[in-house]
Design a protein around this ligand. Sequence first.
Ligand code: WT7
Length: 646
Amino acid sequence: MSESSIFPAPPSFAAQAAVDSARLRQMKDDALHHPERFWLEQAGRIAWASFPTIASSSSFEGDIAIRWFADGRLNASVTCLDRHLAERGDQVALVWQGQDEGQVERLTYRALHERVCRMANVLRDLGVGRGDRVAIHLPMVVEGVVAMLACARIGAVHVVLFGGFSAEGLADRLVNSGAVVVLTADEGRRGGKRIPLKPTMDEALERATGHDVRHVLVLAVTGAETPMRAGRDLALAPLLAAAAADCAPAIMEAEAPLFVLYTSGSTGKPKGMVHTTGGYMVWASYTHALVFDHKPGDIFWCTADISWITGHTYVVYGPLANGGTVVLFEGLPSHPAPGRWWEVIDTHKVTTFYTAPTAIRALMREGDDVVARYALSSLRLLGSVGEPISADAWLWFHDVVGRGRCPVVDTWWQTETGGILIAPVPAAVPQKPGSATLPLPGVECVLLDDKGRIVTGEGEGCLCIARSWPGQARTIWGDHARFRQTYFSFHEGYYFSGDGARRDADGYYWITGRIDDVINVSGHRIGTAEVEDVVATDHRFAECAAVGVPHDLKGQGLVVFVVPRGGADPALAQEAALVISRGIGRYAAPEQVYVVPDLPKTRSGKIVRRLLRKIASNELDALGDLSTLADATIVERLIVDVAVVE
Ligand code: WT7
């Protein structure tokens, strides 16, 4: 695939798209030269109780104060629900598709509004109020979306927790966020399997020493028997049935936190990124409209779990703010048979399909004939997010799924950015397979070399952003110093993303991946330090190093080297893997664990991960300079040990 192949939007798409290249140029100009005016205009996309008079009062210097639309007041659920009632109260807002074909629920805006109000009243009646944190630990069911919007309605801060986190992982997040109420379910469903949720939450609450939640609300999803603790645990259904169907929204300051969402970094425990109400909502609406060319009648399907930022912004807030119809799918891509996702697209006439490269690669493997069995004629736009998409996967998505009719938008962003920052505006920016293309209007990307110098024109460097945008996270929950240190200490005045990127002669960005110690396994961020810290808590291991290696399906796979304290018992490999999935979650289970006698270190005692990565991925001819190692003979030992295991 030559880098120069360019895909302009197909004429049939361009003819009906909202933003063409002239309009995009004008937006970029406005955003650059008249940012206050431009952003106040964008603020008009959402509903305000009092419209802001100032856009940005943000600074990337000193203490890092990020504030948008600061004198505006609003409620996020009003933008997503109430303001649509008059015009599209009977339009379907949410289509829930369960694992089995027959499990479908369609909720109009009016019905969703009512469900949200009831849930909001349940929470309010339990004493949950403005600023209180509510943990949501639910599968991909309607109540997950309802619970998020219900928190927003009463000004509570939601903290959505992934169903795949271990009890320990949940406990850390419950304690850190100080959640007062937890919403969970008896069980989740995953293919033929049942995933216990309430029992894991019970264990998490036991581990959350010194932290008491007032109540645990339990949704019956499968009807499994669940032990309930008297006084603390409450069945949700009867409370919802008894609650009033209308609930006055709490009017919040623009900068009131809307949610906290945890993500992994290169050091320490996961950090709770804080997103606030006004700026985030504007960003969700702006990017969803612009990148997905949203128009009335669109059926938008983003396959992400609601517990990730992609689910927050493009399953819930963006499409609902824009009055769209979203599909919420609880099943797996290929269960009960390959082609299940394509069937969902045909059944629900999905127009816009947004998924991750890891899924695209897996579907590609099933063969083109699986896709060919479906019409997929409703599709008009495809999107990708989460990791770099290789040109071959991009082309397959474009040709085989999109049948050459649909632009493919590769969207680069992060939990921290709240929404998309780099992506083609589909009818205005010709796509190049594998490139996220150009920053959106108002986003000022800069590449810095390792000395902090600006790379101009073509070149490669650390991807940084030079000025604030409304959707940016404001802080790390409870730790502003860490926020400043993590994102703003690389170079004064710049937000540092942790990603590397190359810019080509056309100014297009090609994301090369993380340059810090974060690995991306199937779109899930895992910090190597997080893995190493968990292993370190087990006395059987003296040392540990985690690295990411290329993986055909997952993008990257986790490989762990452990040095046992006692003798080198090979059974310890499996033990280490267990320690990791118990400490973090199943999604972090390593691809491979090597039990080794020692790790390669510099004379100052720093583990040389670069070497471990090469050894683990069998790139032995490019080990580079070993002269800085304290003991170079260890490298030979490791190569032998790794070869023996394989
Ligand atoms: C990291 C952020 C963005 C929501 C889902 C993941 C990688 C994300 C792309 C892309 C190349 C990408 C980056 C980024 N990433 N999108 N289109 N091309 N890399 O959110 O868990 O916060 O992870 O995902 O490395 O830093 P996240």
